[in-house]
Design a protein around this ligand. Structure first.
Ligand code: HEM
Length: 592
């Protein structure tokens, strides 16, 4: 047979074989799926599935779907099966029983290109590398001391903003407060991360604006992988690559600047995240080797993760206060009473501002910056009695849960008072305490495998009493494990102990267990292992900024606007932001 004929024959055979193979794969998939008990799905269209039901305000459309079809749904978004979670009970089940399996993140094309193949922390898969970077960030970058050490940045940036507003007041102009909040908060984040400003005039600021646009643009290939080539033809992927190269050059320059300072004899510059990470790496304190790409991806994560979230929160907080003059008056009174005659608010004053904290919590509840938290399963898992296959995207509708009438009275209303005297806090549903690694090592006694890295906060010495005795009795249960009678097993025997695997000192008290609740209906910073590591940083920046604005100025809406009718229309993007910028008339307080 001629070579030509062989080629023709192979071609003739290839096509039918491919069809056969393809049909077999689809058939196998269908058979496999048939045996699974999948969550209910709303009706879907061929090819696009449920995409048409996402709407412009996706968080709201998804809430409506869950109201009609249930709090655990299977959506088909083009090619991607996606689980939609819309109840606090389901979040509790995830955190309590499947936190590790539900701790991956889905990747998108733009994230993959912009974030160095997701080599940072926000987007990387759950695993040893992610665990170490997260630990580094919690212990080294966002500890209480570190957040305090950046107070000089907050001071300078807020003072600069106050001066700008004062100038506008002299001219009698109204201001675009949204734009100003964006500038000041992105400057705070980017100066702490890499000592560069990122407001509209700076190079980093310009790059930052472009990245936000591209990250929220629709990418055809993410929904329909076989049409990925269209993203090249439309210019989407080339623009991503071009921007990524510009960012890369900028971050390289930042790292070189820090290297130069590092080698400088009189190096007394203030520390930022870049220099902290480089120092830890140099001192061999990181338990891993970070490549330059790793460092750049982490820096970008911090910048993108920190800017939009803080800005959105501050903007909604001011908007809600302007819309509710009673709350505005109450919070201003509190701020002014606490600060007295000083020229500005100090960080220490803020801990005394209880109502301000309630206003912030109520803002987080109604306007969580991460309205839909994305996760991905790394193995098959059973959720709410349904089978969720491995590699499935999970979207948790935090926005809907935080407005669920099951948990919140008048859920659509802005009522900061609901948090007064309540123990509900966004810190409760967290990884750190809940998922602290308790792996044991069997040796002379059963010891804790991972050393306990903690942040001591000095307090008055508590009297040693019953509490101490109770603690002793619980620890000794573990230490006696070497006795030949397996006390370890006996002391965890469900016949004798309720929830035998849990650490509950109260079981030794006479009174019954006081179950405090874990607030899975209030998780503006996410939950479980992947929870936001920067809560102290984000909260300190927003509280300090807003407290100063409330102290230094009175606020009126721009002419002809009535508080009641203030437009609160949302835009769904990286976060849910305010569509119409906040135009206001600041009035300086003469007595300050
Ligand atoms: C008001 C401010 C903020 C809010 C509301 C917020 C909210 C969130 C949310 C909802 C998540 C997802 C958590 C999950 O999957 O369960 C997250 C993750 C993250 N945030 Fe924040 N955040 C804020 C400020 C910041 C700041 C200032 C930074 C950095 C400077 C930051 C860095 C990160 C990082 C690195 C992650 C990824 C954590 C991981 O995947 O393990 N955030 N944040």
């Amino acid at each position: 047979m001629e070579l030509h004929d062989v080629a023709t024959l192979s071609c003739n055979l290839l096509f039918p074989s491919l069809i056969l193979l393809f049909s077999l794969v689809i058939w196998l998939k269908l058979v496999k799926k048939k045996n699974l008990n999948l969550p209910p799905s709303p009706p879907k269209l061929p090819i696009i599935g449920n995409i048409h039901q996402l709407g412009k305000l996706t968080h709201r459309s998804l809430r409506d779907l869950s109201r009609n079809y249930g709090s655990l749904l299977l959506l088909q978004l083009g090619y991607n099966p996606t689980i939609l979670v819309s109840s606090a009970d389901m979040v509790r089940e995830i955190v309590k029983n499947h936190d590790v399996v539900c701790s991956d993140r889905p990747k998108t094309t733009s994230m993959d290109i912009m974030f160095y193949g997701c080599k940072g922390m926000c987007l990387g898969p759950y695993g040893e590398y992610w665990r170490r970077v997260k630990k580094m960030s919690v212990v080294e970058l966002f500890s209480h001391e570190r957040v305090q050490s950046f107070q000089f940045v907050r001071d300078e940036e807020v003072e600069h903003l106050v001066n700008q507003i004062n100038c506008a007041c002299l001219e009698g102009e109204s201001i675009d407060l949204s734009e100003m909040l964006m500038s000041v908060l992105s400057n705070i984040v980017s100066r702490c991360v890499l000592s560069h400003k990122s407001d509209g005039c700076s190079k980093f600021g310009q790059l930052g604006k472009r990245i936000l646009i591209l990250l929220t643009s629709f990418c055809i290939g993410d929904m329909f992988p076989y049409l990925r080539w269209l993203d090249v033809v439309t210019g989407f992927i080339p623009s991503l690559k071009a921007l990524s190269m510009e960012f890369d050059a900028f971050l390289d320059q930042v790292i070189e600047e820090h290297r130069a300072l590092e080698n400088h004899e009189e190096n007394n510059h203030k520390k930022d995240f870049v220099s902290i990470i480089m120092q830890l790496q140099k001192d061999g304190m990181l338990e891993m080797d970070l490549t330059r790409d790793n460092i750049k991806a982490i820096l970008l994560d911090m910048f993108v993760g920190g800017t939009e979230t803080s800005t959105t929160t501050a903007e909604w907080m001011m908007a809600e206060l302007l819309k509710h003059p009673h709350a505005m008056k109450k919070v201003q009174q509190e701020v002014r009473d606490v600060v007295g005659n000083k020229s500005k608010v100090d960080m220490e004053d803020i801990s005394k501002m209880e109502y301000l904290k309630c206003v912030l919590k109520e803002t987080f509840r109604l306007h969580p910056a991460g309205a839909l938290v994305p996760r991905k399963t790394s193995a098959n898992v059973k959720l709410g009695g349904y089978d969720i296959p491995s590699d499935t995207t999970i979207l948790i509708n935090i926005w809907a849960i935080q407005r669920d009438p099951k948990w919140w009275e008048n859920p659509e209303e802005f009522i900061p008072e609901r948090f007064e005297k309540s123990s509900i806090d966004f810190k409760a549903a967290g990884e750190i305490a809940e998922n602290l690694d308790m792996t044991e090592v069997y040796g002379f006694s059963v010891t804790k495998k991972i050393p306990l890295h903690v942040q001591p906060i000095p307090r008055f010495q508590p009297a040693l009493g019953l509490d101490q005795q109770r603690r002793d009795s619980t620890t000794s249960r573990r230490d006696r494990a070497l006795d030949l009678i397996n006390i370890w097993v006996i002391q965890r025997d469900p016949k004798w102990w309720e929830n035998p695997e849990e650490f509950i000192p109260e079981r030794f008290e006479k009174s019954s267990i006081d179950f405090k609740g874990e607030h899975f209906h209030f998780t503006p910073f996410g939950f479980g292992r992947r929870r936001c590591p920067a809560i102290p940083f984000g909260v300190a920046s927003v509280e300090y900024l807003i407290a100063n604005l409330l102290y230094r100025f009175d606020w009126k809406l721009a002419a002809s606007e009535i508080a009641e009718n203030l437009d609160m229309t949302e835009v769904y993007g990286l976060s849910v932001t305010k569509k119409i910028p906040l135009h206001v008339q600041p009035i300086p307080r003469l007595s300050v």
